[in-house]
Write a protein that binds this ligand. Structure first.
Ligand code: PGA
Length: 265
């Protein structure tokens, strides 16, 4: 009798490339084209997050190339429309064929100063628009050293997801666990430490929704993921791909990471 699929096998890995405030228009288009070419043979879900002003250029290139790579935005307003100078709404992103958006990235929480309340507003705006919301959570070094990793993750999940229903979460939510001290730092959590945090996150999701929903939600790891450490991280049972910063700026590096997330069975 065939063995039933495990929980991890039910979840299709997802890898995101967060280009942050790097690259110029032509570089973005070339990178998107190279990722498209390499992605054609992979079974991993791939999303690129170019700078906001180049979304349209990258959208055009992905469309022309018939790409399976999805287009994501790094940020969005919690408001639907109105007098919010400099902001961009989910409706505007959808006009540009954007299908995913980050919320709560640590650089926005800790550098720009976004509160849990703002992250909550953005998370709900993205989910209500039917877009994939990649909700980023994670502890600072001081919080880790104080033994608060699980507590911080739980608090950030509750703050952002309170009021979200299980059907919406199953369809549109991805969680990215990104320890703040590992982002852009060249050091990452060990696979075992990351797995322990991911398991706790899944248990929190089970409390917020229910166990089957928690088993379906993808939880990515982020923070100095490279081709050389991706396989060890992604082979952990509760790690379902990654959110990649620095290593997503070179197509060969990014594609090697995407390959490491591709199920072998
Ligand atoms: P990094 O960034 O891969 O450069 O550490 C990850 C992120 O910020 O999502």
């Amino acid at each position: 009798m065939p063995t039933p699929p495990t929980d991890a096998a039910m979840r299709r890995p997802i890898v995101g490339g967060n280009w942050k405030m790097h690259l110029r228009r032509e570089e973005c288009v070339r990178l998107a084209q190279a990722v498209t070419r390499g992605a054609a043979t992979l079974h991993t879900e791939i999303v690129v997050f170019p700078p906001l002003v180049y979304l349209d250029a990258v959208a055009g290139s992905l469309r022309t190339d018939g790409s399976i790579v999805a287009l994501g935005a790094q940020d969005v307003s919690w408001a639907a429309d109105g007098a919010f100078t400099g902001e961009v709404s989910v409706g505007m992103l959808r006009d540009l064929s954007v299908t995913a958006c980050l919320a709560g990235h640590s650089e926005r929480r800790h550098v720009i100063g976004e509160s849990d309340e703002i992250v909550r507003g953005k998370t709900h705006a993205i989910l209500e628009a039917g877009m994939t919301c990649v909700l980023c959570i994670g502890e600072t070094l001081a919080q880790r050293e104080a033994g608060q990793t699980d507590h911080v993750n739980e608090k950030q999940l509750h703050a952002a997801l309170n009021g979200v229903d299980a059907v919406t979460a199953t369809a549109h939510l991805v969680v990215a666990y990104e320890p703040v001290w590992a982002i852009g730092a060249g050091r990452n959590a060990t696979p075992e430490d990351a797995q322990s945090a991911h398991l706790h996150i899944r248990n929190v999701l089970a409390g917020l929704f229910d166990r089957p929903t928690a088993q379906r939600i993808r939880v990515q790891y982020g923070g100095s993921v490279k081709a050389s450490n991706a396989q060890a991280l992604f082979s952990q049972p509760d790690i379902d791909g990654g959110l990649i910063g620095g290593a997503s700026l070179k197509s060969e590096d990014f594609l090697a990471i995407c390959r490491a997330a591709t199920p072998t069975a």
